[in-house]
Ligand binder design. Structure first.
Ligand SMILES: NC(=O)c1ccc[n+]([C@@H]2O[C@H](COP(=O)([O-])OP(=O)(O)OC[C@H]3O[C@@H](n4cnc5c(N)ncnc54)[C@H](OP(=O)(O)O)[C@@H]3O)[C@@H](O)[C@H]2O)c1
Length: 238
């Protein structure tokens, strides 16, 4: 086994996750492209292969704790290590079909489903990844969060998404505290408003811009931060 860093990116078949995978692979990391639909994952991997980037596809449905554990053990079986975990997969289920999905009216099912993917998926993946990271004495965990989860700027509407991302931010702090004595860094970031299926065509950022801070956090040097929340590589308020 070489010293090549091995990364697992969830929700990597499109959008920001695909771009994070591309940028990490360009930096020389072995990137396992996590996708809940492996056919879609293979299509994305083919796109990267045409650019000379070889990426294996790993089946990963973050809503399923067993799938999270299996994805990490699949990566470990393939490469004997896991250095970087990017919790990128996410959903925004507070659609406009019933208005803004205010907290006053949102269905608990919508909130629960959102939490399974946006919050519990990252929890399960971190739980599976940390023992490997401890073993090898290195780990970088990046939680792709959102400004919509910032308590300091919290507003109404999109209740499921906001709650799930605030909880993801809390998870970032809790994990960073529990891992403070370890060479494992845990950070959250906001990509800004990005032109993807989730962000829509009117968003003001490209996927390249959206991926930049996650890639920076995934490749932090030893003296880099842990337990922080960042946008454009600068700390932002929780
Ligand atoms: N775009 C923005 O403006 C923006 C702003 C702030 C934060 N973010 C965050 O950035 C991250 C990426 O968003 P994006 O804009 O790239 O969204 P996107 O284009 O909608 O992509 C979402 C990705 O998550 C995957 N996913 C959804 N549910 C999953 C599950 N249960 N298991 C595994 N993968 C699952 C999707 O897979 P399928 O193709 O199978 O559905 C897709 O690959 C999200 O966490 C989002 O909250 C985005």
């Amino acid at each position: 086994m070489t010293d090549m860093r091995v990364a697992l990116v969830s929700g990597a078949n499109r959008g920001i996750g695909l771009e994070i995978s591309r940028q990490l692979a360009r930096l020389g990391q072995m990137v396992a492209l996590g996708a809940r639909d492996t056919a879609k994952g293979e299509k994305a991997a083919d796109e990267l292969r045409t650019e000379g980037l070889e990426v294996p596809v790993i089946a990963l449905d973050v809503a399923d704790p067993a799938s999270c554990a299996k994805a990490v053990s699949d990566v470990a079986a393939m490469f004997g290590r896991l250095d970087v975990l990017v919790n990128n997969a996410g959903v925004f289920l507070d659609t406009t079909e019933t208005g803004q999905q205010r907290a006053l009216s949102v269905s608990p099912n919508t909130v629960e489903q959102t939490f399974r993917i946006n919050t519990l998926g990252p929890l399960c993946l971190i739980q599976a990844a940390v023992p490997l990271m401890k073993q090898q004495g290195y780990g970088r965990i990046v939680n792709v969060s959102s400004g919509m989860g910032q308590l300091s700027e919290m507003g109404g509407g999109h209740a499921g998404y906001r709650l799930s991302k605030s909880a993801l931010n809390a998870l970032t702090r809790v994990m960073a505290a529990e891992l403070a004595s370890q060479p494992i860094k845990v950070n959250a970031m906001c990509p800004g408003w990005v032109r993807t299926s989730m962000g829509g065509p009117g968003a003001n950022r490209s996927v390249e811009q959206g991926a930049e801070t996650a890639v920076w956090l995934a490749t932090l040097e030893e003296d880099g931060p842990s337990g922080g929340f960042f946008r454009d590589m600068k700390p932002i308020a929780w």
